[in-house]
Design a protein around this ligand. Structure first.
Ligand code: DGT
Ligand code: MG
Ligand code: MG
Ligand code: MG
Ligand code: MG
Length: 261
């Protein structure tokens, strides 16, 4: 191939390959979603439409990028997990981060109306992205536990805060002051004694966040040859709302941490 005299500029591009044999985690996060959630009148403390849309985007990303074995989402963020053995894009960091975040964001826009109906998307949403290497299964599980603990802490705070404001008639500043220095057990007690809310009975989608795994699912299609329905078992990315900190989830899904050949 004839090279132009300009070709040398290619050498200014530095390699950014991630360490081999490590878990890769791509975390994307909505930019300025505090304002975005206000502009789009998200329900407080949680907007189910927003969670369902985020989950849909993560599912579409996993349908497209088969190397991702699971994903975990809460609030305006999603973490995508790529196994140690993967050679996706030769493990180039910016290629992996940018492809996943771009696919996520375009799906967010493309599928908005399906979840928000007549509530129009008012401006272009934006997400940031980073890819981090985690050297072993323990650190990967600790990473996921960190995100799920963050979901729990934020959701307990937000549930109590918005109960005080929306049901208790406090101003946001009063509620903030009231909750300052309170522990989890205090917030549970406020919810129970003042508002008859048993926190542990709140839908796990809010308390636990969303985990997308590839579940064995029966899929029926019509054969193009004879028009007969054919049922096959396929691995379909599906949202579950489980505890992923404890051992039970990992025992139920041993394939997640198994070394791929
Ligand atoms: P950033 O990420 O540094 O650009 O800034 P933000 O504003 O995106 O902040 P972040 O990511 O720390 O927090 C996420 C914000 O999104 C937080 O203000 C709460 C809001 N948010 C996310 N999901 C919901 C929801 O379902 N309902 C409501 N009301 N707000 C939500
Ligand atoms: Mg932030
Ligand atoms: Mg954000
Ligand atoms: Mg966030
Ligand atoms: Mg190209």
């Amino acid at each position: 191939m004839a090279n132009s005299k300009y070709e040398y500029v290619r050498h200014f591009e530095l390699a950014d390959n991630l360490l081999p044999g490590t878990w890769l985690v791509v975390r994307i996060d909505g930019r300025g979603f505090h304002r975005f959630s206000q502009s789009h009148n998200f329900q407080k403390p949680n907007d189910k439409r927003s969670i369902d849309l985020m989950n849909r985007c993560a599912i579409e990303v996993m349908k497209d990028i088969k190397d991702i074995i699971m994903a975990y989402g809460e609030s305006d963020e999603y973490s995508f997990i790529i196994p140690k053995s993967s050679n996706l894009y030769s493990r180039r960091s910016s290629k992996i981060s940018s492809t996943i975040v771009s696919l996520f964001a375009s799906n967010f826009v493309m599928n908005w109306a399906e979840y928000f109906g007549d509530d129009k998307l008012l401006y272009a949403p934006c997400f940031d992205s980073r890819t981090v290497c985690y050297p072993n299964d323990k650190v990967l599980r600790d990473y996921l536990s960190w995100r799920q603990a963050d979901c729990h802490i934020n959701n307990l705070f937000n549930t109590t805060f918005w109960a005080l404001v929306l049901k208790g008639g406090m101003t946001e500043i009063e509620a903030e002051k009231y909750l300052k220095g309170t522990l989890s057990k205090d917030k549970n007690e406020i919810l129970f004694s003042k508002y008859d809310i048993n926190y542990t009975k709140i839908d796990p989608i809010y308390r636990k966040g969303s985990t997308i795994i590839r579940q064995k699912t029966e899929v029926t299609t019509i054969s193009p040859r004879n028009g007969e329905p054919v049922t096959r078992i396929k691995l379909i990315p599906t949202a579950v709302y489980d505890d992923i900190i404890g051992q039970t989830f990992w025992d139920a899904h041993p394939e997640l941490l198994e070394e791929k050949k």
